[in-house]
Ligand binder design. Structure first.
Ligand SMILES: Cc1cc2nc3c(=O)[nH]c(=O)nc-3n(C[C@H](O)[C@H](O)[C@H](O)COP(=O)(O)O)c2cc1C
Length: 190
């Protein structure tokens, strides 16, 4: 797939096959994060990789999924992610203002994964205090977000939004993501 096709076909996935992700692919995903742009090249981001089934389950318990679907979008047994990557901001390196770095690294990781057929869900709804305790994360690290990964096991499509931007699932369990049209997004061409 071309890079452009990867970008436009990537969708958030919330149902995953249970096949493990090979180490070399995990390394590729992390290398994509490492190569992301960073403001002033400060590189304040650090990562925790969670792959053990036991720890994946504990992390899962501290995440929230697909708010608009009121529970329906939460992965069930046999659909849960097999890998999590925590994006941490090392506040010894940068106190504030790492949000853009996080965004760039996250998108790089999700695209590198998608190239391998691995779906992802970027998760901001987290019980951060509990996760810090669970993983023994030092106070100097701020948990920005977490990305959940696994081989995609659901169909997700984007469509032009007609007013409502809430994603939904149809009767065939296809997940639809309404995207505002370019006519709405581009407010001026000069
Ligand atoms: C910063 C950020 C935080 C997000 N947090 C969550 C989350 O906590 N739980 C979840 O299920 N999805 C989360 N998402 C995924 C969004 O719901 C998803 O990106 C959106 O519905 C658009 O779908 P798409 O990624 O397929 O284009 C998050 C996305 C972003 C960018």
């Amino acid at each position: 797939m071309s890079l452009y096709d990867l970008i436009v076909s990537r969708r958030t996935v919330r149902r995953f096959k249970q096949d493990p992700i090979p180490d070399e692919i995990v390394t590729r995903i992390m290398e994509a994060a490492r190569q992301a742009p960073s403001g002033a090249n400060i590189q304040p981001l650090k990562y925790i990789i969670v792959q053990s089934p036991d720890m994946c389950e504990k992390v899962f318990e501290n995440t929230a999924w697909a708010g608009y679907l009121k529970g329906e979008g939460t992965p069930k047994e046999g659909e849960k992610p097999v890998l999590y990557v925590f994006l941490l901001v090392d506040t010894d390196i940068r106190k504030d203002g790492a949000e853009h770095d996080c965004g760039a690294a996250a998108q790089n990781m999700m695209l590198a994964a998608w190239e391998e057929g691995i779906g992802s869900c970027w998760i901001g709804s987290l019980k951060r205090d509990r996760l810090k305790e669970l993983l023994g994360i030092d106070d100097k690290y701020k948990i920005d977000t977490v990305i959940a990964f696994g081989y995609a096991d659901e169909k997700v499509v984007s469509e032009d939004a007609k007013g409502d931007i809430k994603y939904y699932r149809d009767e065939n369990k296809v997940h639809h993501v309404p995207k505002r049209t370019l006519d709405e997004l581009i407010i001026k061409k000069v």
